[in-house]
Design a protein around this ligand. Structure first.
Ligand code: ADP
Length: 165
């Protein structure tokens, strides 16, 4: 059984991520979606919230496991016996960073292969950062993210409003 690992911040999961997940599952028997602790990006959702949102967004997709991980990606790859790392490529602007990371991971572990998957064009401009920005100004994000994320972002805004009242 071939397993792949799809790491990312998923803050929050978008329809672009789900597109990549479904494509990866056409190639592999099992996909481990690995939510990473991210010290460089400002987070909206906690690690556990991001994991729960992914679990709920993927509830109808078989052969998926959602985990959290901290540390080196190559360690997670080894731990879960993954045959490949999956990353999404939206545009050429993603490429340089992704290429560098893939090469470094292979340097750290010769067996660590990275596979890049392109989403459908309608998702190619989507990013979690943009979703957070649109939502923060009250914009409609419902066509870009699963319903569970729309609800969770709405709930966060309500909680914030209550705190500020
Ligand atoms: P990271 O902080 O690791 O980049 P992200 O959650 O932003 O975490 O992205 C995780 C992976 O999903 C990355 O490979 C990224 O390129 C990919 N990705 C993000 N948004 C999209 C999208 N709209 N379409 C395809 N891939 C995407």
């Amino acid at each position: 059984m071939k397993t792949a690992l799809f790491p990312g911040s998923f803050d929050p999961v978008t329809n672009g991520h789900l597109d990549v997940i479904k494509r990866a599952l056409l190639l592999f028997d099992k996909l481990i979606v690995a939510v990473s602790v991210n010290n460089t990006k400002s987070g909206l959702f906690s690690l556990e919230e991001r994991k729960q949102l992914l679990i709920r967004a993927c509830k109808d997709i078989p052969n998926i496991e959602v985990i959290c991980f901290e540390g080196l990606l190559v360690q997670a790859v080894q731990k879960y016996n993954a045959a490949a790392v999956i990353r999404g490529l939206r545009a050429i602007s993603d490429f340089e960073y992704e290429f560098q990371m893939a090469m470094m991971n292979r340097e750290l572990n010769k067996a660590c292969e990275t596979i890049f998957l392109m989403p459908s064009p309608e998702y190619s401009f989507l990013s979690s950062r943009m979703i957070k920005e649109i939502a923060s100004f009250g914009g409609d994000i419902s066509t870009f993210v699963p319903t569970v994320v729309v609800d969770a972002i709405r709930q966060k805004a309500l909680n914030r409003k209550k705190i500020n009242e």
